[in-house]
Ligand binder design. Structure first.
Ligand SMILES: NC(=O)c1ccc[n+]([C@@H]2O[C@H](COP(=O)([O-])OP(=O)(O)OC[C@H]3O[C@@H](n4cnc5c(N)ncnc54)[C@H](OP(=O)(O)O)[C@@H]3O)[C@@H](O)[C@H]2O)c1
Length: 292
């Protein structure tokens, strides 16, 4: 199988670059090789490569900046995925794309199903939702995998931010009323690769029959406050921490340009039923991620 991976240098892209090699020949494209805001280049590159599978790990993920960089966020998160899906259809290739829990407004008190009403609160969430709609309209054999709170030890993730803050502050104030599922980029990449490998013989028909939106995030859920506490407890260089107190605070005390959903836990049963796979518990993954 020939796989075109777009967005190879992001948290998830970097992990996919490695895990996908067990599934097929991977052609990895970063921003330098393919700027996804150039739709002609997206089409031209994919047509030249003739892949059987296109995976899009590129995205505009600066949630607060997206409020003012609306055009750029729209081009990357909404327009480009639609063009990729359309090109995949023309090539008879499978298209896999990632979306976000921020398509929801977070007013639920039980985990979100794929069929629940979307109502993004931010421009980032809106641009990702439009991306989903464009894929549904233009695509054929596609999967849209909505995930949440993605982290790796390489990226500018919440995990690295908490570790950084812990070196410079005696007190950390962390929001307690945002609840979701932390998702280790490596676990998400491995599960994506396994789902492909398990259907390798006839990937195009297998995905066409199962096409649609799926939730796929770390199992379990937590608040940012509890997550921060677990990050500090798992820190292998704990002696470098200055922090003595972690204070729980409501989101209202941390006004940000973009509003975040308060409760955006994703119910991942549809993916588990369809592909027989689920991501490990978030605490187990965090422990593994931080041992590296
Ligand atoms: N991070 C989260 O908490 C989170 C939560 C829910 C869903 N998701 C979704 O999960 C997926 C993976 O997220 P992630 O955390 O791995 O994101 P990430 O680390 O921010 O990576 C995004 C990648 O996209 C690339 N990119 C941005 N603009 C581009 C352009 N114009 N042309 C080509 N490449 C471009 C970036 O390149 P540069 O390195 O050059 O900037 C970066 O490598 C995304 O679809 C995201 O929306 C993420």
């Amino acid at each position: 199988m020939k796989i075109a991976l777009i967005g190879k240098d992001g948290q998830l892209g970097w992990e996919l670059q490695h895990t996908l090699t067990s599934v097929g020949e991977v052609i990895s494209l970063g921003r330098e090789e393919l700027d996804v805001t150039d739709v002609d280049a997206v089409q031209r590159t994919l047509i030249e490569l003739q892949p059987n599978l296109i995976i899009n790990a590129s995205a505009y993920t600066e949630v607060d900046l997206a409020e003012t960089h609306v055009g750029l966020a729209t081009n990357i998160n909404a327009i480009a995925p639609g063009v990729m899906a359309e090109t995949a259809r023309k090539l008879n290739a499978v298209f896999i794309h990632y979306s976000t829990d921020y398509v929801f407004d977070g007013k639920n008190n039980i985990s979100y199903l794929e069929t629940d009403l979307t109502n993004p609160l931010s421009m980032y969430g809106k641009s990702k939702l439009t991306g989903e709609e464009n894929i549904k309209q233009a695509g054929d054999a596609y999967l849209i995998l909505r995930t949440s709170w993605v982290y790796s030890l390489r990226g500018n993730s919440f995990v690295n931010k908490v570790l950084g803050w812990s070196r410079n502050n005696k007190t950390l104030r962390i929001v307690i009323d945002q609840i979701s599922c932390p998702t280790w980029a490596k676990a998400l990449a491995e599960t994506t690769s396994k789902a492909i490998a398990n259907n390798n013989a006839d990937i195009s028909n297998a995905i066409r029959e199962r096409r649609g939106i799926y939730h796929l995030a770390g199992s379990g859920y937590t608040s940012r406050y509890e997550w921060a506490k677990r990050i500090l407890a798992n820190d292998p260089q704990r002696t470098e921490q200055l922090v003595q107190t972690i204070e729980p605070v409501p989101s209202a005390e941390f006004p940000t340009p973009a509003e975040r959903p308060l409760f955006s836990v994703l119910n991942c049963e549809k993916f588990a039923r369809t592909f027989g796979l689920r991501l490990p518990n978030w605490e187990e993954s965090l422990q593994k991620a931080m041992q590296k």
